[in-house]
Design a protein around this ligand. Structure first.
Ligand SMILES: Nc1nc2c(ncn2[C@@H]2O[C@H](COP(=O)(O)OP(=O)(O)OP(=O)(O)O)[C@@H](O)[C@H]2O)c(=O)[nH]1
Ligand SMILES: [Mg+2]
Length: 359
């Protein structure tokens, strides 16, 4: 399938704490590439009061049409979420597919889901996202045919009416509930065997799967892409010392993680909630390390994991010079410095984990 040529629309809101548009552009570019799209153009728009009909102003729409015409872009991707009405109007005015941030992330998730559990969770999030967008017409047909944002629950399923979709949602929710119970039983069994459980959590691309592999010799999927991992993998670490430790790799977090996705992945994220210890992994080589740590803390809060025992590890320190290592250790004095890729700091990390594990 030919890759989508994408025109990114970076929205700068007037809100305090709103992220720097350059950072948003960087992240949206990575997300787009993770969805196999090619960024052909980007347009930034200042929007303090979004219009209910189009989100952006008329003049900006003209600018977008020009960018589309001059670059041959076939899809617009917004850095914010749009209402179904806004998306539909923009599609009509610009003549190309319009995808919003949640739609983009859902698309990546849909590409990555491997296990049947992962697929069910993604399908649930997609259904809930698509449901309000299925009212009326036009959109449905324009969404068929491949490309970013078209990976709906499947063409056949799109033909069924909303009632059937609701029933499907209920069915998936029941299946996920069973999955939750099943996972809880597995965890209980492990606990009875005296095994300790550590969940590795962190921003997407922090190196969680690489760390799991380094510690346990697992062969978890590693890639320099956002959301490489959707299915948690659990592997045992055994160095002859009791207790043995089970490490679980989890879905990566991102700023403004769409709420529906957090909910859909609750069954998976519960692995983190139920662990004896949460290992927060941060990419120390990223200039956004502090923000990433903050986002992870916020999502953990949202999941109700505030009170859990946590330790912090700073990864990719092989990319840092000595001065940078000192600086980042100043910011996070409690952190263990590691390089999962070069298997550096693993002994320190295990020692810290053993110290911190609740008895
Ligand atoms: N230089 C360096 N690169 C690393 C290190 N650890 C991981 N990486 C690279 O970082 C990228 C992401 O690694 P992953 O292990 O897939 O990251 P992840 O946190 O599992 O990412 P998601 O599953 O997408 O959330 C890959 O290109 C890794 O090779 C490290 O210690 N040093
Ligand atoms: Mg991973």
């Amino acid at each position: 399938m030919p890759r989508d040529k994408v025109c990114l629309v970076i929205i700068k809101t007037g809100a305090r704490n709103s992220p720097d548009p350059r950072d948003v552009l960087e992240e949206m570019t990575k997300l787009t590439e993770s969805a196999q799209g090619i960024v052909a153009a980007s347009v930034t728009a200042n929007v303090s009061h979004p219009s209910p009909s189009h989100f952006i102003r008329k003049g900006k729409i003209g600018e977008l049409c020009e960018a589309i015409a001059s670059t041959g872009a076939n899809v617009l991707i917004f850095s914010v979420d749009l209402t179904p009405v806004q998306a539909r109007n923009l599609e009509a005015d610009c003549g190309v597919r319009v995808v919003d941030r949640t739609g983009l992330i859902l698309d990546i998730f849909a590409r990555r889901a491997v296990s049947s559990d992962g697929k069910l969770q993604v399908e649930l999030a997609q259904m809930q996202y698509l449901l309000p967008r299925l009212v009326g017409q036009g959109v449905i047909m324009s969404r068929l045919g491949g490309g970013i944002g078209t990976r709906g629950p499947g063409e056949q399923k799109l033909e069924v009416d909303r009632r059937k979709i609701r029933r499907r949602i209920e069915y998936i929710q029941e299946q996920l509930e069973k999955l939750r119970t099943h996972r809880a039983q597995i965890r209980m069994g492990r606990r009875q065997k005296g095994l300790k459980q550590v969940a590795i959590v962190g921003y997407t691309n922090a190196g969680k799967s690489t760390l799991l592999n380094a510690l346990t010799g697992a062969n978890a999927y590693v890639e320099n892409r956002l959301f490489a991992t959707l299915d948690p993998k659990t592997r045992i670490y055994n160095d002859g010392t009791e207790p043995s430790i089970l490490f679980t790799d989890t879905v990566g977090f991102i700023r403004d993680l769409p709420h529906g996705l957090v909910k859909a992945f609750h069954a998976t994220l519960e692995e983190a909630l139920d662990a004896d210890l949460i290992l927060v992994l941060v990419d120390a080589a990223s200039e956004h390390a502090i923000l990433h740590k903050y986002v992870v803390d916020e999502v953990l809060k949202e999941l109700g994991a505030e009170a859990k025992t946590k330790i912090l590890a700073l990864n990719k320190t092989d990319l840092l010079g000595d001065a940078e290592k000192v600086r980042i250790q100043d910011v996070f004095p409690e952190a263990v410095l590691v390089s999962a890729m070069q298997k550096q700091g693993m002994k320190d990390l295990i020692a810290r984990i053993r110290q911190s594990l609740p008895a």
